[in-house]
Design a protein around this ligand. Structure first.
Ligand code: CA
Length: 242
C-alpha cells in the first residue's frame, strides 16, 4: 500500500511560455496542490532554494539557465522529484534529462489529466520513500544497498543514483535470480499507469547499468531477459563476465 501524497503539496512550475504556464498552474491548483511559477531557469533555482517545493515540473528549453542546468543545480543539494514537461521529443534529450536526475518526463502536446496522474504517482513514491523504515540494508557480493541514506556501493565505490534508478535496482536486488517482467517493474517502480512505458524503463536501465559498470567494471549485476524483463544476478554469478 502506497501512502497518499501529502495534502497541499507544493509544486514549482518552470515554464517560459506564459499561457502554458498559466494552464499548468490552473490544473495543479484544481488538484488541490499549491503552485509557484518560475519563467526562466535562473528564477527556478532561486525559487527552488527559497521554497523547497515537493515536486518540480520542468521545461527543458528555457532562457537564462536551461533545464539541464536547473536539474544540475537542484540535484547538487536535493532529491526532490523532477518531472520534465518538454516540447523536445528527441530521444537524446530524454536520455540526457533522465541521466541528469529527472524522475519522469512528458512530451508536449500533452494530456493534462495524464500529467496530473503522473504528478500524483511521483508525489506518492516520494512520500513512500520518506516514510520507509530506515536502516534496511541489502547485501550481495560486490554490492551494498543501504536503505537508510539510499546509498549504493558497487565494488568499493559509492554509486550516485537518482531516486528512480535506486528504486529500480532495489526492486530487482530484492528478488535475486527472478526475472521481473517489464510491466511488473514499471508498475512497481513508477506506479500504476506506467506498465506500457518500455522506453522509460530502457532509458533508466541503461543509465543505471552505466553507473554500476563505472564503479565495478568487471561485474554485471543485471541480466536482460529479452522481450520479458530483467533479472538480478546474485551470488558470484555477477563476477567476471562483464
Ligand atoms: Ca520552453
Amino acid at each position: 500500500m502506497m501512502p497518499d501524497p501529502p495534502p497541499g503539496a507544493r509544486i514549482l512550475i518552470v515554464e517560459d511560455e506564459p499561457e502554458f504556464a498559466d494552464l499548468l498552474a490552473l490544473w495543479v491548483e484544481r488538484h488541490g496542490w499549491r503552485q509557484r511559477v518560475a519563467h526562466d531557469g535562473a528564477e527556478a533555482v532561486v525559487s527552488f532554494e527559497a521554497e523547497e517545493p515537493d515536486l518540480v515540473l520542468l521545461d527543458l528549453s528555457l532562457p537564462r539557465l536551461n533545464g539541464w542546468q536547473v536539474i544540475e543545480r537542484i540535484r547538487a543539494t536535493s532529491l526532490v522529484p523532477i518531472l520534465l514537461v518538454t516540447a523536445r521529443d528527441a530521444e537524446q534529450d530524454k536520455i540526457r534529462g533522465l541521466g541528469a536526475g529527472a524522475d519522469d518526463y512528458m512530451t508536449k502536446p500533452l494530456s493534462f489529466p495524464e500529467l496530473m496522474a503522473r504528478i500524483e504517482a511521483v508525489l506518492r513514491r516520494a512520500n513512500a520513500r520518506a516514510v520507509a523504515i530506515a536502516g534496511d540494508e541489502l547485501r550481495h557480493p560486490g554490492l551494498v544497498i543501504d536503505g537508510r541514506g539510499h546509498r549504493v556501493t558497487a565494488g568499493d565505490r559509492e554509486v550516485h543514483l537518482t531516486p528512480t534508478e535506486y528504486r529500480l535496482l532495489r526492486h530487482l536486488a530484492e528478488r535475486p535470480e527472478s526475472v521481473v517482467g517489464h510491466t511488473d517493474l514499471l508498475t512497481a517502480v513508477w506506479g500504476a499507469g506506467y506498465g506500457d512505458d518500455l522506453h522509460l524503463l530502457r532509458v533508466t536501465m541503461r543509465n543505471l547499468r552505466a553507473k554500476l559498470a563505472e564503479a565495478a567494471p568487471t561485474r554485471r549485476f543485471i541480466a536482460t531477459s529479452y522481450g520479458v524483463g530483467y533479472r538480478f544476478r546474485g551470488g558470484e554469478e555477477a563476477a567476471g563476465d562483464a
